[in-house]
Ligand binder design. Structure first.
Ligand SMILES: [Zn+2]
Length: 242
């Protein structure tokens, strides 16, 4: 039985190494994804700003038309002034001219305000576009580096995976099956050492009688809490030939 446990300890060591490779690859890919995401967020902000600019530009043009109309009315009423007969007509025209002059000033202010807001947004768009360009360039370089790194890791992983296949072949099927089940259910750790009578998988204490049995290793001992297969540290040294 001890032999079988030693084989499983070895297999666990290899599987943890493979998981380590996968973990590094996943982290690198996540880093790239988060950088891509940051660029997409900026691009989305640019789209929102552009929409706002379009809206303000529309309002600006409408206000400008209002302004021009008021200007035309001022000129028209001023011309009419020369032909008025009564003081009532004169007063009415003066009032209209005043109102339209006020409108001229007011629309002028509004147009200026719109232009100011548009300029501000265009500035923000330009800043974001610049940032995007820079980030895209850096990202392109980072992707190249990561792809090279992943290829390098894949090569190392491949040799470990082929070693794993050989090691798994010599393990009796029911044990291997149990090991695989635990590996899947217990975050990639199926076989763990105990330390100070504590399972290093779930960190729960073990009954003293069981600790004695684990040291003997003449049967499979599993943690009563997490069901992982347990062993003594000295057995690991023996398994991996330290
Ligand atoms: Zn446990």
């Amino acid at each position: 039985m001890k032999e079988e446990i030693l084989k499983l300890i070895k297999l666990q060591e290899i599987d943890s190494e493979i998981a380590g490779f996968d973990n590094i690859i996943a982290k690198q890919q996540a880093l790239i994804a988060s950088r891509e995401n940051a660029i997409v967020e900026k691009q989305e902000a640019i789209t929102v700003f552009r929409g706002k600019i379009e809206l303000l530009d529309q309002k600006q043009r409408e206000t400008k038309a209002e302004h021009d109309d008021a200007g035309i009315r001022v000129k028209d009423r001023q011309n009419k002034m020369m032909q008025v007969q009564t003081s009532r007509e004169h007063q009415a025209l003066l009032k209209e001219i005043e109102e339209n002059k006020r409108l001229l000033k007011e629309t002028d202010d509004r147009v200026l305000l719109f232009i100011e807001q548009i300029e501000q947004l265009e500035q923000e768009v330009a800043t974001l576009e610049n940032l995007c360009l820079g980030e895209q360039q850096l990202l392109k370089e980072a992707i190249e580096t990561v792809e090279k790194e992943i290829k390098r890791i894949e090569v190392s992983k491949k040799s470990v995976v082929s070693q794993r296949e050989k090691e798994a072949l010599v393990i009796q099927a029911p044990y291997l099956k149990r090991y695989m089940m635990l590996l899947n259910k217990r975050e990639g750790i199926a076989v763990v050492a105990i330390n100070d009578n504590v399972c290093q998988g779930c960190y729960m204490g073990l009954p003293p009688q069981q600790v004695i049995e684990i040291r003997k290793a003449d049967k499979f001992n599993t943690c009563p809490t997490c069901q992982r297969i347990l062993y003594f540290k000295e057995q690991e040294d023996e398994a991996v030939g330290k």
